[in-house]
Design a protein around this ligand. Structure first.
Ligand code: C2E
Ligand code: CA
Ligand code: CA
Length: 670
C-alpha cells in the first residue's frame, strides 16, 4: 500500500513537472524524446498506482469484492497501456493512457464514497482527499479552458488540490498505522492471555491427574512415578511402602452420606499427614506452599506412606506410632468413629522391584490382616495368591485331607482350682513332602481362602469325636476336647447339618466338645456368626472365645454371644510376672470375664512363675508349654495316665509362690 502511494505521489509530481515543462528545463534539457516519454510512462503508471493504492487502502477485497475486481482490472489495463505506449505511435499511446487514467479516476471516485456510505472508516478521509485533488484538477482544467478567471487560486488549483490530498492521505495513513498497531497489540495481548490461560489449564490438568479428588493428596499414579524415581536414587538401599486401609469407611460412607464421608476422609488424611510429618524416616512426596506432603491416596479408602532406608526395628517403631495414632477413635462433628484401620507393608527390593509390584505386595499384606491377629502385616510369600509355594500348598492341602495325611496334636488344659485336666485342644499339623512342617497359621489361611477349610474342620471334628470316644473307653469320660473353628465355617450353608450328622454317627455328648472361635473371625459377618453360634450352642456344644485381648474387643458384641469360656491370648499372659503393665491388663481381663460370668483359660503359660501369678489373679484354667506341648494322641493319652497317677500340687492361691511342684512335662521336681 505504501509503495503504491509513493509511486502515485511521484507520478503526479512527474506529470505536473512535465506538463509545466520544468523537467525538460531542469532534468533533460537536450532530450525532447524523453520529455514525451516521461508523460507516456507517468500517466499509466499513476493510474496503476492509484487503483492499486485505493483498493489496498480501502480494503476493497474485504468490503466490496466486486469493486475490488474492477479496480484490479483497471490497474492491469494501465500496465497494458504502459507496455503499449512504448510500442504504439505517441499520439495514440497518449490517448490510450489518458483513457486508462480517466477510467481509474472514475472508478476510484465511485468506489471510495460508496465505501464511506457503507460505513468503512478509512473511506472517509480518502474520499475527502480524493475529492480535494479532483476539485483542484477540475479548477485547473476549467481555468485552462478559460472558464475560470486568472487568480492565484486558479493558477495553482492543481497544486493546492494535490497538497490537500497529500495532507489528508498522510493523515489517513497515520491513522491507519495507529489503528493497525493498536490492533496488532491487542492481538498480541490476546495471544499472551490465551497462552497463560493454556498454561494454567495445563497445570490444573496435571494437578488433577496426579492428585486424589477428595483428599487432594498425590494419587496412585503420582506415587508410582515417585517410587520409580526414588528407587533410581535409593539404588540398593531399602524402601518400604505402607498401605493403610480404612476398613469401616465404606460403612460410614453409606450411613453419613457422600459429602460427610468425603469431609471425614479429607480430615483423616490431612491429620495423618500432620502426625507423620515430624517422624523420622518418612519420605515427603511433594511440597505445596511450604507444606510437606507425606501421605498419598491410592484409592478411595487406601492411604499410603513411604519409609526411606529404615531398619526393620525402626519400621516396627514407626508402625507402632502410626497404627497407635489411627486406632484411636476419630472425632468427627459430634461423633466418635472407629475406622478399623489396617496396615500392609512391602519392602523394596525384597518384595517388589518396581512400584506396581510393591503396591501389589503391600495390598496382599493388607488383605492378609483380615485373616490374622493384629492390624499390621508385612508381605510374606504365603500371603501371595500367586506365589509358587502357596499354589502348591493350596492344591495339595485338599489331597492331604482326603488321604488323611494331616495329624491332630493334643495339648492339655489344666483346672487351677482342682488340679485336674479338663480337656485337650486339638491342633492340626501338616508335614509336607517338599516344604517340611507347614505352620498351621499359613495353611489355615490358605484353606480359608480356597474354601477347603470346611473339609479341614470336618476332618478335625471327626478326629476329635473319635478321640472323645477313646477317652471314654479309657475311663476319661469327663475330659473334653476343644477344636478351632474358622470364621468361614460359620458362613458355610451346610455346616450345622454336617455337624448334626456327625453327632449321630459318633454318639458322643456334644458338651464334651468345645468349639474355639476368635473374635476377629466372628467380626467378619457378625450377624451371621452370631446366628450360627447360637445354633451350635443349642446343639449342646461348649463355645470358647479364643485369643481374647489380641484384637480390639467390642464388649457389647461379646455379651450377646452364647459363650462358656474365654481364652486369654498368650500375648497378655507371657511376661506377666515381670511386666507391671501386663499384670494389670491380665488382672482386668480376668475380672471382666468373671464379671460377665465366663470361665477364664489362660493360654501360653510357659513358666511356673506365670502360673503362680495367674493363680493369685484367680484364673480358672491354664494351657501352655509349662504343662505340656501339643502331642500326638498316643503320647497325650500316656501323658494323661501318668498325670492322673502322679497328680500335681499347685501353689496355694494366697500363699507365697514357689511350692514344690512336679512338672508332668519332664517328670522332674522343680
Ligand atoms: P490357637 O488356637 O491360639 O492355638 C494355640 C497355639 O499356641 C498353638 O500353636 C500352640 O502350639 C501354641 N502354644 C500353646 N502353648 C504355648 C506356649 O506355652 N507358648 C507358646 N509360645 N505357644 C504355645 P499352633 O498349633 O501353631 O496353632 C496356631 C494357630 O493355628 C492356632 O492358634 C489356631 O488359630 C490355628 N489352628 C491350629 N489348628 C487348627 C485347626 O484344626 N483348625 C483351625 N481352624 N485352626 C487351627
Ligand atoms: Ca485355639
Ligand atoms: Ca489362642
Amino acid at each position: 500500500m505504501y509503495f503504491h502511494y509513493m509511486l502515485l505521489t511521484s507520478m503526479i509530481l512527474l506529470i505536473q513537472a512535465s506538463l509545466s515543462g520544468r523537467t525538460f528545463q531542469l532534468l533533460w534539457p537536450n532530450l525532447p524524446t524523453l520529455q514525451n516519454l516521461s508523460i507516456l510512462i507517468a500517466v499509466p503508471l499513476s493510474a496503476f498506482a492509484l487503483t492499486e493504492f485505493s483498493r489496498r487502502f480501502l480494503e476493497a477485497r474485504l468490503y466490496a469484492p466486486k469493486a475490488n475486481q474492477l479496480l484490479k482490472s483497471i490497474s492491469y489495463m494501465s500496465l497494458g497501456y504502459l507496455a503499449l505506449s512504448l510500442l504504439l505511435p505517441p499520439h495514440i499511446a497518449k490517448q490510450l493512457s489518458v483513457l486508462g487514467a480517466l477510467a481509474a479516476v472514475l472508478a476510484v471516485s465511485f468506489v471510495s464514497p460508496y465505501l464511506w456510505y457503507r460505513g468503512i472508516r478509512q473511506a472517509r478521509l480518502f474520499t475527502c482527499a480524493w475529492t480535494g485533488l479532483q476539485i483542484g484538477a477540475l479548477t485547473k482544467l476549467f481555468y485552462n479552458l478559460g472558464l475560470l478567471p486568472h487568480s492565484l487560486l486558479t493558477i495553482n488549483a492543481l497544486e493546492i488540490g494535490s497538497a490537500l490530498q497529500a495532507a489528508l492521505i498522510s493523515l489517513a495513513i497515520v491513522e491507519r498505522v495507529y489503528q493497525e498497531r493498536d490492533h496488532r497489540l491487542k492481538v498480541q495481548q490476546q495471544v499472551i492471555e490465551e497462552q497463560r490461560e493454556l498454561q494454567r489449564l495445563e497445570q490444573r490438568n496435571l494437578y488433577d491427574a496426579t492428585h486424589h479428588p477428595v483428599t487432594e493428596l498425590p494419587n496412585r499414579g503420582y506415587l508410582e512415578r515417585f517410587i520409580k524415581e526414588r528407587i533410581g536414587i535409593v539404588g540398593n538401599k531399602s524402601l518400604s511402602l505402607c498401605l493403610i486401609s480404612l476398613n469401616r469407611y465404606r460403612e460410614i460412607d453409606r450411613t453419613m452420606g457422600q459429602d460427610n464421608a468425603d469431609q471425614l476422609l479429607y480430615q483423616i488424611a490431612h491429620q495423618l499427614n500432620d502426625f507423620v510429618s515430624p517422624l523420622p524416616g518418612i519420605t515427603a512426596l511433594e511440597t505445596i506452599a511450604g507444606n510437606r506432603i507425606h501421605v498419598a491416596s491410592v484409592d478411595d479408602i487406601t492411604l499410603a506412606l513411604l519409609f526411606d532406608s529404615v531398619s526393620t526395628k525402626e519400621q516396627e517403631v514407626l508402625m507402632m506410632a502410626i497404627s497407635g495414632y489411627l486406632l484411636q477413635r476419630i472425632d468427627f462433628g459430634n461423633l466418635s468413629l472407629d475406622l478399623d484401620p489396617r496396615f500392609g507393608l512391602a519392602r523394596y527390593p525384597e518384595h517388589g522391584q518396581n512400584p506396581q509390584s510393591l503396591i501389589r505386595m503391600a495390598k496382599i499384606a493388607l488383605d492378609a490382616t483380615h485373616h490374622m491377629q493384629g492390624c499390621v502385616a508385612e508381605y510374606r510369600d504365603s500371603f501371595n495368591p500367586y506365589s509358587e509355594r502357596r499354589l502348591t500348598l493350596m492344591a495339595e492341602l485338599a489331597k492331604a485331607i482326603e488321604n488323611n495325611n494331616l495329624v491332630l496334636n493334643f495339648q492339655p488344659q489344666l483346672n487351677l482350682k482342682n488340679g485336674k485336666i479338663t480337656s485337650f485342644e486339638g491342633l492340626v499339623r501338616w508335614h509336607h513332602e517338599k516344604f517340611g512342617h507347614v505352620r498351621p497359621e499359613e495353611f489355615i489361611y490358605l484353606a480359608e481362602e480356597s474354601g477347603i477349610i470346611h473339609q479341614l474342620t470336618l476332618w478335625v471334628m471327626r478326629n476329635a469325636l473319635s478321640k472323645l470316644q477313646s477317652l471314654e473307653t479309657s475311663g476319661f469320660g469327663d475330659i473334653g476336647i476343644a477344636i478351632n473353628i474358622s470364621a468361614v465355617d460359620l458362613e458355610m450353608p451346610h455346616f450345622i447339618e454336617d455337624i448334626r450328622d456327625m453327632l449321630t454317627t459318633y454318639q458322643v455328648s456334644p458338651n464334651r466338645l468345645t468349639l474355639e472361635l476368635t473374635e476377629t473371625a466372628l467380626m467378619r459377618t457378625p450377624e451371621l456368626a452370631l446366628a450360627t453360634l447360637k445354633q451350635l450352642a443349642e446343639l449342646g456344644f461348649a463355645i470358647a472365645l479364643d485369643d481374647f485381648g489380641a484384637g480390639y474387643s467390642s464388649l457389647s458384641y461379646i455379651q450377646q454371644l452364647p459363650l462358656h469360656k474365654i481364652k486369654i491370648d498368650r500375648s497378655l499372659v507371657q511376661n506377666l510376672e515381670r511386666s507391671q503393665e501386663n499384670y494389670v491388663i491380665a488382672k482386668t481381663a480376668i475380672d471382666m470375664c468373671h464379671g460377665l460370668g465366663y470361665e477364664v483359660v489362660m493360654e501360653g503359660v510357659e513358666e511356673l512363675a506365670t502360673l503362680e501369678v495367674l493363680k493369685v489373679l484367680g484364673a480358672d484354667q491354664i494351657q501352655g508349654f509349662w504343662l505340656a506341648r501339643p502331642m500326638l494322641w498316643d503320647f497325650a493319652l500316656e501323658w494323661l495316665k501318668t498325670f492322673v497317677a502322679d497328680g500335681i500340687r499347685l501353689p496355694q492361691s494366697n500363699s507365697a509362690p514357689a511350692p514344690e511342684v512336679t512338672s508332668k512335662k519332664t517328670g522332674q521336681t522343680t
